[in-house]
Design a protein around this ligand. Structure first.
Ligand SMILES: N[C@@H](CCC(=O)N[C@@H](CS)C(=O)NCC(=O)O)C(=O)O
Length: 245
């Protein structure tokens, strides 16, 4: 197999999920950071209808989406005890995390960061990308916050709505962990654990995260994160990162 390439944003929690799965798979692959904007051109060039990253290219295969990339890994690694899909449960939990936690962590964070302090986001958009793409981010930056606020439905109200949804989702996760289980589904690390840990990582900011050493949380998010740090799921995310990342 030709060496696969994984295209990611340094800031993206879905990209972190796919990258973590690739790292665990043992497959030799190339990691490419791409700047927002350039990613859409790349997706079009690859024949994709939607522009979102992560995208994995492997020979003729073009796989878009963190969950689809884990499915691809499952197909390419002979059934082993370290599969990330030991049960249907793991996939069901991952789906809920992708649809709720992932979406609302992003809207909650950007609703403050892009509205009140976009300059804190810019270094994350430039992180790891080729020099020319850094220049491109600088050149279009004055338009980016307005475009994202409109395109992603961001604002103070949305920040609070997403925060309330996150509280419900964290109650659910705390509930699952209440019986002392080490993993969300079954008795081994699975895609459910990678999803929960990576999608909550922008709030937990674990030391082992490969790109969040320079992530700056805006003030209200940082204050909420201190309160959420008391939750079992926050401590669990930290421990999953410590043990498995
Ligand atoms: N469900 C998808 C979500 C991917 C996603 O939303 N990616 C965002 C970054 S967090 C993105 O690429 N946004 C830019 C775009 O859609 O063009 C997955 O799991 O990969």
């Amino acid at each position: 197999m030709k060496q696969p390439t994984l295209y990611v944003f340094a800031i993206s929690h879905y990209c972190e999920k796919a990258r973590w799965a690739m790292d665990r798979s043992g497959i030799d692959y190339k990691l490419k950071f791409i700047a927002p904007g350039v990613h859409a051109q790349k997706a079009t060039k690859l024949g994709l209808k939607s522009s979102s990253v992560p995208i994995l290219t492997a020979g003729e295969d073009v796989i878009q989406g963190s969950s689809e990339i884990i499915d691809w890994i499952d197909r390419h690694i002979p059934q082993s005890s370290s599969t990330l899909t030991p049960s249907n449960d793991s996939k069901a939990i991952e789906s809920r995390l992708d649809e709720k936690t992932g979406v609302h962590v992003r809207r909650y964070y950007y609703s403050e960061a892009m509205v009140d302090c976009p300059e804190t986001v810019k270094p994350m958009f430039k992180k790891g990308v080729p020099f020319v793409q850094k220049l491109l981010v600088d050149s279009i930056w004055s338009k980016v916050p307005t475009m994202m606020i409109k395109g992603m439905d961001l604002g103070p109200e949305q920040h609070l709505q997403s925060k309330a949804i996150l509280d419900v989702e964290m109650d659910w996760l705390d509930g699952l962990l209440a019986d002392g289980r080490p993993f969300l589904a079954g008795d081994q690390l699975s895609r459910a654990d990678l999803a929960a840990a990576s999608l909550l990582a922008p709030l937990v900011v674990p030391d082992e995260h490969p790109t969040y050493d320079t992530l700056i949380l805006p003030p209200r998010v940082a204050a909420d994160a201190i309160i959420w740090a008391e939750r079992p799921v926050f401590n669990w995310v930290k421990s999953i990162y410590q043990q498995y990342r």
